[in-house]
Design a protein around this ligand. Sequence first.
Ligand code: SAH
Length: 215
Amino acid sequence: MQRDDLKFEGMRARLVAQLQHNGISDYRVLQAIGEVPRHRFFKDGLEQFAYHDKAFPIDDNQTISQPYTVAYQSQLLQVKEGTRVLEIGTGSGYQSAVLCAMGAQVFSVERYKNLHEKAARILRQLGYAASLRFGDGNEGWPSHAPFERILLTAAAHKIPEQLLLQLMPGGKMVLPLGGSGSQQMLRITRVSENDFQTEKFGNFVFVPLLKGTVK
Ligand code: SAH
C-alpha cells in the first residue's frame, strides 16, 4: 500500500459513516465505497477533496458523481456476486470500480475517447476487471447483451428503448430521467418480455446523456 492510501483511509471511513447516516444501508455498497480509492480517479492536485461528498470536475467538462449518488444508484441496482451490469457513462471509472468491488461483472461504455482511455488505465492499475468500450452508450453493448442490470450515469431526456431491450427478463435499469437542472431517478424492471414496471425515486443532477462519440 502506498503512503497516500494510508492517509486517505481515515477520510474514506468518515465518508462511509456519513453515507450510512444519510440513509445508505446496503452493506455491500458501504463496504465497496470504504474500499475503492476514490482519490485515484481525481485530477492531479484535487485528490485532497476526494472524500468530500461532492461531485468534482474530470476532463472534457464531465464530472465524477457525488459519492451519495454513486451509493444510491448502486443500492437501487441490487447487485450480487457475479451480476452482469452495463454502465452507460464510464467517466472517471469510479462507479465501475465500486460495482466491481461489490462483485459485479461490469461492462461500461464512454463516448469520450480520452475518458475511456484514462479510466481503462486506472482500473487496470487498481486491479478492477471491468470491460470498457469507447462508443455511444445509447446503443448499449449488443454483443454482450442481455444484461441483468443497466445503469445510466448521465441524464436521459427520454427512456432509451434500445437499452431496455438489452435487459434480460427480470432485469432492472436504473436511470436519471429529465432535462437539465434536475432529474428523477427511476428503476425500470423488465418483468417479462414485453412487460415493464417503473418505480420512482428522488431527484438528482447529472450531466446529460448525449449522442455520438468524441475522439
Ligand atoms: N460514472 C461516472 C460518471 C461520469 S459523468 C463516474 O463514476 O465518474 C457521466 C458520463 O457519461 C460522462 O463521462 C459522459 O461523457 C458520459 N456520457 C454521456 N453521454 C454518453 C453516451 N451517449 N454514451 C456514453 N457515455 C456518455
